[in-house]
Structures are given as C-alpha cells and as structure tokens.
Ligand binder design. Structure first.
Ligand SMILES: Cc1cc2nc3c(=O)[nH]c(=O)nc-3n(C[C@H](O)[C@H](O)[C@H](O)COP(=O)(O)OP(=O)(O)OC[C@H]3O[C@@H](n4cnc5c(N)ncnc54)[C@H](O)[C@@H]3O)c2cc1C
Length: 531
C-alpha cells in the first residue's frame, strides 16, 4: 500500500547505514525526531465535503486525505504534522474518457474546481487544493492505464494517460519495446503527469525528454476536445502539442497520450569515471556531449556530492579499495564522480565507450568500471525512500533544479549553494548542500542541488526555514538567468518567478490560453500562473 505521508510503498524502506547518524551530526548537528500525527489523527481534520452526491465521486475523508498533498518538502511537513490546510471535497476515479467528460461537465455546471491528479508526485504544489474558494474535485486518473493502440511499424504506443511508469514499461516490454522515460519518481508518476509537467527522465540524453517522446494525444477541456495527431513532423503552423506540454492541468485533462517508443536495447550499462576536480569533469562532459556520441546519460557530481554518496553508500571496504586505486592515479581529495550510460546496440555502445573514455582520459578522468554504475542502477528508484528515514531521525531534505548554458554553469552552482547556505546562516543553522549536473545538452546542463537541514521543534518553523532557503535559491536562479525549472514544472512554488523567464507578453499568452480553454477558471486554479 502507498504511504500517505511519505514516499512510496509501505513495504519498501531505506534504512540509514550504520554510521549515518554520526555523519549527519557532523554535517549539520544532532537532531530530534519529530512528533508525527497518525493517519487516524489526520483524518479527523478533514472537514465535511461541500459536494452533492455524484456516482463518480468519493467524498470519504480517508480518500480525500490521501489526495490532499503532493511530495514537496512543504507537503511532507504538512502531512507529518497534520497541518494540511486544504482538502479536495471529493476524489473521482474515472474509468473512461466519457467519465472524464462527465466530470468536467458536472464541475462546469456547478462552478466546482477540478484538479487532474496523475501519481501525485509533484514537488512544487501542483495538485494541492487552494485554501478557500469553490469546492474541489480531484480527478485521479490511475484507472486510465491501458495500452490502447500499438503501431509497431511506426513505433508508436497510445496509452491511457493515468498509466504509471512500471505498468507502462511492463506493457511495452512484453512487446520488446521501451519508452526509456525514467524519472526518479518512476514508480508512482504517470504518463499524463510527465506530459503536463514537461518531465525529464534520467536517460533523456539517449531517449529524449518527454516533449521528444510525446507524439500526440487527447485533451478534454471545459470547451471541448483537443486531438493532437501523432505526426512524425509538421510545418503546419505553431505546434499545439507544445501548449499541452507543461499545461499543469490548467487547460483540461489529458486522457490519452501517444508516445514514440524504442526497441529494448541490447546493452544498458552505466560506468563510473572519477575526475580530480569538478572543473576537469565539467569540461570533459561538455566536450563529450558536444561530440554527439550516442549516450543515454551523463551525471557529474561535485566533490561534496561524491563524498556524500560514498559516505552514505555503506560499502566501506569497496570504497577503501577505490580510494587507494584513485590515489595511485592522482585522483584524491576533491574527486568528482561521473556516471555514464551506454545504451543500445552492442557495437555502437562499445565504440562510444572507447571514445568517451578516451576524451575523459584527456581530463585526467579515471575509469573504474561498472560496479558503481550497477549500484546506481539498482538503487535508482530507491533513493527517495531515504527521505522517509532521514525525516524520522529529524532531518529534512529538499532538492532544487535549473538549467543554464555551459558558460553559466560554474556561476550558477556557486550562486545556488551560497544562497542556501547564507539563508540558513540567517536562522543560525548549518546545511549540507551538494550538486550534480543531471542532464546535459550540447549548449548547457541542468543543475540539481540537494540540501539537508535539521527539523525545527515546531513544523511551522521548519516550513519557514524552507521558505527562506527556497526563496533565496530561486532568486539566485533568476539573477543568474537560469530557468526556474528544468524538470519539476512551475506549480505554486515556482509561479512567482515565471514572469522573469517568459516576459510580459509571454505571460499574457499563457493567461490567454488558459482563458480560451477554460473561460470559467475551473481547471486547477492557482497553478502555473498566479490567479
Ligand atoms: C522523489 C521524486 C523524484 C522525482 N524525480 C523526477 C525526475 O527525475 N524527473 C522529473 O521530471 N520529475 C521528477 N519528479 C517530479 C514529478 O515526479 C514529476 O513532475 C512528474 O512528471 C509528475 O507526474 P505525476 O503523474 O505524479 O503528476 P501529478 O503530481 O499528479 O501532477 C502534476 C501536474 O500535472 C497535472 N496532471 C497530471 N496528470 C494529468 C493529466 N492526465 N491531464 C492533465 N494534467 C495532468 C496535475 O494537475 C498537476 O498540475 C520527482 C518527484 C519526486 C517526489
């Protein structure tokens, strides 16, 4: 069963390694475990529903609680403390596109609000009802999860938009194909959510981001149906797919999506290379990606992230051997780990491996084989469970992400990490902060920063600490001309910074689009654009 107040399935845990508490204390000080409310206590806070009865809508308090919040740190603070604020008045689980259309009609008729809900994995407040205002129906799309059409000749698969990652991949794998879209939230997030938030999977360097994979589909809006034919390419004016991508539930509900799939690869190997410092690693990565080699991933950690990963990996013997080997090759303190994904045909991956390792060697990169890559691959969807364990001993973790051109990468990393550290110093706390380049492009890279800090005794104080750090980091991102989001979307938390990126006319166009699709403002108000 899914956890109601944390990440993932209740049967999966990620216990902290033995020495973790000592390490955490050294980084940010000793912490006190929080007093979390129980599910039963949280349910008592759910107010009566304001909705009339409807056969498609559940008004049960338990169901409404489970759909009240996403997975951001403020969401976690709210759920664990029981200070949840707003709840949907009902949750619908449509079984068909027709039922989705009926829900939109019903909401329109009565002036109710609708929140499309995929996997509820948003980390920026996308699926949270606004406090106050009209009654809210959350539309959980998980039952629209079937493979509806498979055109093997064209390598196109059409799914119900509520299909979750593992289910989607299983249905494709049975036919010898993959979508290759693996966000870290893969276990729970859905195809419709990926499209609506412009998601990026860990192997986007090879398979492409969701905007490359999304060929077309169907969106039902309050003013009617929008069909997007899955054409290979088109010069027929502006591309309306791009309007649906990133629409964050403001324009309507995506009920099906056609995606471009690939045959299962012969090889899907991840190798580790260690560089003496981050500058060397970054230059190597830039040269490799600009050489256009067929890779599925390059993920370069800063020295602090490398140290953190190795310290929390819990494989002391292996890490001791690694350190000795790297020291002999001149890679010591300050080392930075690069993980490279070689995915595809046997011969092609062999050739690209040779090229990549050759280029890495020019920057003093030391190839250490597949072992670290294998471990990363094995644990790639397990890492978010660590957040639950850290919370239980009194530590909060949050992540931030942006993208910027190569020339701006070093300045951006420094600016974000400094902004977070200084904001924490303002409330007399230390944070542990580290960064990696998570997605790379010929012209730039995404920057993904993680920061860990102690929970305060009062959950409102923890929330305030988060707010101060998030604001400082977001302002740093805007000041250094990065995007306010490379992959998590806008939701509520990033909405104040969107205008800096889109400009006045750009914002007016987005606002006009929401009005055209949804003149009465029933779709997911308060998200993407303020108001
Ligand atoms: C631990 C963790 C790791 C993550 N890793 C990544 C990552 O690697 N890459 C990445 O891109 N993101 C990542 N995310 C963020 C999140 O998983 C993505 O934003 C994801 O795309 C959300 O999908 P979802 O189905 O959960 O959507 P939800 O959270 O349910 O909804 C997100 C938004 O999309 C809208 N929406 C959802 N479905 C539909 C639909 N069918 N029609 C219309 N609108 C819809 C909702 O209204 C909402 O505005 C991570 C989140 C967590 C918690």
């Amino acid at each position: 069963m899914r956890r109601w107040n944390g990440w993932g399935d209740t049967t999966t845990n990620y216990p902290l390694p033995e020495n973790a508490l000592e390490i955490l204390q050294n980084w940010v000080g000793p912490a006190t475990p929080p007093h979390d409310v129980t599910f039963a206590q949280a349910v008592t806070a759910v107010p009566d529903s304001r909705l009339p009865e409807h056969p498609l809508i559940s008004r049960q308090a338990e169901v409404r609680l489970r759909h009240a919040r996403g997975q951001s740190l403020p969401d976690l603070i709210a759920l664990r403390s029981g200070r949840i604020g707003a709840f949907p008045d009902g949750v619908a689980f449509p079984n068909s596109d027709e039922e989705v259309v009926e829900l939109i009609r019903f909401a329109g008729q009565h002036g109710f609000r609708l929140i499309p809900y995929g996997g509820g994995t948003s980390v920026v407040g996308h699926i949270n009802p606004e406090p106050g205002g009209a009654p809210v129906i959350t539309v959980a799309l998980q039952r629209l999860n079937r493979l509806r059409h498979f055109d093997e000749t064209s390598q196109l698969a059409t799914f119900g938009a509520g299909v979750q990652g593992p289910d989607l991949e299983a249905q494709l794998r049975a036919r010898g194909y993959t979508l290759g879209h693996f966000p870290q939230s893969f276990e729970l997030s859905t195809l419709g959510g990926w499209v609506a938030t412009r998601s990026s999977g860990q192997q986007s360097l090879g398979y492409g981001r969701i905007e490359n994979l999304f060929a077309g589909g169907t969106l039902h809006s309050p003013v009617g149906k929008l069909s997007l034919p899955p054409l290979p390419a088109s010069a027929a004016g502006p591309d309306i797919r791009q309007v649906v991508l990133g629409s964050e539930g403001r324009l309507g509900i995506i009920t099906e999506a056609t995606v471009r799939v690939s045959p299962l690869p012969e090889r899907d190997d991840f190798h580790a290379v260690f560089f003496p410092d981050f500058d060397a690693g970054r230059e190597a990565v830039r040269r490799i990606v600009q050489a256009g080699l067929p890779l599925s991933m390059m993920r370069l950690s800063t020295a602090v992230e490398t140290q953190t990963t190795l310290a929390l990996a819990g494989h002391e013997k292996l890490i001791g051997t690694l350190d000795r080997l790297l020291t002999l090759r001149g890679v010591k303190e300050g080392k930075c780990m690069l993980l490279v994904g070689f995915t595809g045909n046997k011969d092609v991956t062999k050739t690209s491996r040779k090229e990549v390792l050759g280029l890495a060697g020019k920057f003093k990169g030391v190839h250490v084989g597949r072992q670290f890559g294998k471990q990363w691959q094995k644990g790639r969807f397990r890492t978010p469970y660590l957040r639950n364990s850290l919370w239980e001993v009194g530590y909060a973790v949050d992540t931030l992400e942006t993208a910027v051109n190569w020339s701006g990468v070093p300045g951006m990393i420094a600016a974000i990490e400094t902004a977070l550290t200084e904001a924490a110093a303002g409330f007399n706390e230390q944070i542990h902060v580290f960064t990696h380049l998570s997605h790379v492009y010929p012209t730039g890279a995404s920057i993904y920063t993680t920061y860990l800090f102690r929970l305060a005794a009062d959950p409102d104080e923890t929330l305030e600490r988060w707010r101060l750090m998030k604001t400082a980091a977001s302002q740093a991102i805007v000041a250094h001309k990065g995007t306010i989001s490379h992959q998590h979307g806008v939701g509520v938390d990033h909405a104040p910074y969107l205008a800096a990126e889109k400009g006045e006319l750009g914002m007016a166009v987005i606002t006009d689009l929401t009005r055209r699709f949804d003149p009465r403002g029933i779709m997911n108000p308060g998200k993407l654009i303020i108001g």
